[in-house]
Design a binder for this molecule. Structure first.
Ligand code: AP5
Ligand code: MG
Ligand code: ZN
Length: 218
């Protein structure tokens, strides 16, 4: 199954992608996670994108699409993927369509997770991240041991772009450049809308139900 998770920053894309990846046995591909891991390792790519992420703007379309194209070549993508945070502009969506066409693939479903801006700003201030991809919240979804990832034992960290003023810039970027994708994918009949302002498990159940799958163990 080829899925895209669409939604504003803080909608819960990363949180749901980890759950979906476990349930559907397909990889979770987050362009944001790829950029952050390159910044941490100080690669050439990391140096190019570090200021962009810190400011809440978007990495250029060509560069982002190159990275996704490379990632899709890896073996684990042969049965599908969950795209989290890509595509994010109309040119990216068009390039992605071409990329998939060349691989004889197509998008099956785009899950649009909706959450109001004021809820988002509150969520971001409590977010804690792990480099393994798991996402926590200090009150809403805390780890068993403070500051430590349940899944891999690594120390959790706070994202540089989770300061309130940067969150507001990211929301503006979303409304200006990413929200037109809702219309783009609606016209193709691919959108499923899910309310992201419920708790994490309910949202996950709603997504699985919309995909016609039975969530077990959650
Ligand atoms: P990216 O990493 O994709 O960030 P984002 O889209 O801003 O989204 P977030 O990761 O902030 O939020 P999320 O929806 O994953 O929410 P989460 O599950 O963490 O991108 C970062 C940057 O990289 C961009 O700004 C850009 O510069 C660059 N970039 C990335 N992709 C790009 C592209 N395609 N093109 C160009 N540039 C690109 O949840 C948030 C918090 O809420 C957590 O604390 C979580 O525990 C909590 N939470 C989740 N669900 C719930 C719930 N139901 N109830 C209560 N709390 C919840
Ligand atoms: Mg995320
Ligand atoms: Zn971890």
């Amino acid at each position: 199954m080829n899925l895209i998770l669409l939604g504003p920053p803080g909608a819960g894309k990363g949180t749901q992608a980890v759950l979906l990846s476990g349930a559907l046995k397909i990889p979770h591909i987050s362009t944001g996670d790829i950029f952050r891991s390159n910044i941490k390792q100080q690669t050439e790519l990391g140096k190019k994108v570090s200021d962009i992420l810190a400011s809440g703007g978007l990495v250029p379309d060509d560069l982002t699409c190159e990275i996704v194209k490379d990632r899709l070549q890896q073996d684990d993508c042969r049965n599908g993927f969950i795209m989290d945070g890509f595509p994010r502009t109309l040119p990216q969506a068009e390039m992605f369509e071409e990329m998939l066409k060349a691989r004889n693939q197509k998008i099956d479903t785009v899950i649009n997770i909706t959450v109001d801006d004021d809820v988002i700003v509150k969520r971001m201030s409590g977010r804690r991240m792990c480099s393994c991809g798991k996402v926590y919240h200090i009150t809403g979804n805390p780890p068993k041991q403070e500051g430590i990832c349940d899944a891999c034992g690594s120390a959790l960290y706070i994202r540089d772009d989770d300061r309130e003023e940067t969150v507001l810039r990211r929301l503006k970027t979303y409304h200006d450049q990413t929200s037109p994708l809702i219309d783009f994918y609606s016209k193709r009949g691919l959108i499923i809308e899910v309310d992201g302002d419920k708790d994490i498990e309910s949202t996950f159940r709603d997504i699985m139900a919309a995909l016609g799958r039975q969530p077990d163990g959650v």
